[in-house]
Design a protein around this ligand. Sequence first.
Ligand SMILES: [Zn+2]
Length: 320
Amino acid sequence: MIKLLLLWSTPVFADPQRPDTLVLPSGEEIELPYIRNWTSPEAAKSLRWPACQGSSSAMTGPTAITLHEVGAPHDNFNDPTGKNRCIHFYVRQDGVILQLAPLDRTWGHAPNSGHAIGVEIANGYGGLNFSFSSGADRIAVSWSGTRYLYWQTPPQFDNLYDLMMKLAEIDFNGDGVADIPKNVANERMVEDYFLLSTQGLRINPAVDGWLNSYEGIVSHSIHAYADEVLVEDGNGGLTRTYPSARNDGGAMALYTTLRLRGLSADEARCYTMQIAQDKLLTDPSVVAAVGIASQDFGYHTWKSIPLNVAEQPCVTELGP
Ligand SMILES: [Zn+2]
């Protein structure tokens, strides 16, 4: 076990490979220390399916960012239906972010793909689809049927947040206004709370429709099963426990929420992990004691916890 207080540094790995620029639809390039665009050798060899530039549609906006995490045991990018699935950014475990596709084109990765930039965060179980994904940190959780979640590295959290904040300041369509709001869907459903779990309950399709048109940052973990019935604990919200112990963007959504509320990078990483490891979700009386917000969106109750966590000390453990 590794004890983590607030000591993690945020390295950006030096890499001589170029070009290290974010490419915008306008053709403008923004130099960022952690990014490699699709013309770099790293990006070209990072995919194990045909390159994104096969068939796609014109992007609307983009007005949203959808966060994913690789790790499904099945090859979800080698879709037998022939859909051309791809994503715009792939976040390696060393924090290098590969831009794999132009931002004015769409590829299927979520119900909101028509207006959303797609991001895949690497963990150790994306090897079927991606290179640069081997071995992963895990954290123990008591409320998930899988007992643990794959966890992302500090440079993954910090560099992706930095990239998203830069994307959120870009005027993609040239109307003089930035197009991606600095909002996180998980905290917009119930004011002042972050949706941590649906406790395995189905998400109301009406909410799914809201999610599909949402403008801002949304995790696939609350999107993916909006129209399916699953009974696994912890499904939806912070994590998506089926078909693997991946959170599918939920942890990054929580981290982003905490950063937007003023926490430092170190604090946000620590409290994101602490919240994910909390046992609150399994004990209704404890949930009530911290001020549970229960709101019926039609036929089930959402559960979430308040975000004033920084008033408590943060101690977390990486493992098992
Ligand atoms: Zn996903």
